[in-house]
Design a binder for this molecule. Structure first.
Ligand code: KIV
Length: 289
């Protein structure tokens, strides 16, 4: 990582300064080519553990490892030059203690060059967030629906519908902000709750299924461009159908190969030189022997 690329990137304080000023544009990326595409258009790129489902075909995010996150995080850093890159900490790598979280987060940052980490949890993670932020690790918190808790919650049902749950989410938001998180992702949460949290906190709220009231928005890029269709949450807006496009191109390629239309002479080496050339090569070889 060059010093220049770090200097030119949007920083964590830049993201914080967007509160009440300009919406924060965030997308996920897991690979160098995807990072190259989204980097010019985003303020923050999240290397999300959603890669477990989107790239690896796991049923949940739980099997994702720290080594996977580091490999993909480094790839995204190589493909980006201006967005602030944040790495998700995977399940089981930060829950045991603040010290475990520090070891995990410092590896994620030093081995990728990313600017900070994201972790899931509200009140119960406040102590860990405070431990990390006091030790110079910027933390993006994540509350509302938390995919790493799917075994406990039984699914991804939207949060904050009744007064009791709304209070829990507001308490989570205040706890992570007081602990020093630089921003907070709010996932699948009822609009009035997201609006209330956004007005209460002095840090930016980044919504995913949490309405336009949030200070910024994030989507999984593959959802947004139609490259992942196993499951499309209500909050996703599809801007394209790249999955369909890839299938169309693969079908055209298959038809070309089967009918011997591909490769054409323009894709071959020496195809226009004909038999004479082969004969010359043959002569040279015989001479050498
Ligand atoms: O893992 C992820 O991609 C995320 C975003 C959806 C916020 O956590």
């Amino acid at each position: 990582m060059s010093t220049l690329s770090r200097v030119n990137r949007i920083s964590v304080p830049d993201i914080q300064a967007r509160k009440g000023a300009e919406p924060v544009v965030c997308l996920t990326a897991y690979t160098t080519p995807m990072a190259k595409q989204v980097d010019p258009h985003t303020d923050l790129i999240l290397v999300g553990d959603s890669l477990g489902m989107v790239l690896y075909g796991f049923e949940t995010t739980l099997p994702v490892t720290l080594d996977m996150m580091i490999a993909h995080g480094a790839a995204v850093m190589r493909g980006s030059s201006q967005a602030c890159v944040i790495i998700d900490l995977p399940f089981g790598t930060y829950h045991e203690s603040p010290e475990q979280a520090f070891r995990t987060a410092s590896r994620a940052m030093t081995e990728t060059g990313a600017s900070g980490v994201k972790l899931e949890g509200g009140v119960e993670m406040a102590e860990t967030i405070a431990f990390l932020t006091r030790r110079h690790i910027p933390v993006l918190a994540h509350i509302g629906v938390m995919p790493q808790s799917v075994n406990q919650t039984g699914g991804y049902r939207a949060r904050g519908k009744d007064a009791e749950d709304a209070e829990r989410i507001i308490a989570d938001a205040k706890a992570v902000a007081d602990a020093g998180a630089f921003a907070v992702v709010i996932e699948s949460t009822w609009e009035p709750v997201a609006r209330e949290v956004t007005s209460l906190l002095s840090i930016p709220t980044i919504g995913i299924g949490a309405s336009n009231a949030c200070d910024g928005q994030i989507l999984v890029t593959e959802d947004m461009v139609g490259l992942f269709s196993d499951f499309t949450p209500k909050f996703v807006k599809r801007y394209g159908d790249l999955g369909e496009e890839i299938s169309t191109h693969a079908a055209a390629y298959a038809a070309d190969v089967r009918s011997r239309r591909f490769p054409g002479p323009e894709h071959c080496f020496g195809a226009d030189k004909g038999k004479a050339k082969i004969a010359t090569v043959g002569k040279v070889r015989r001479k050498a022997v």
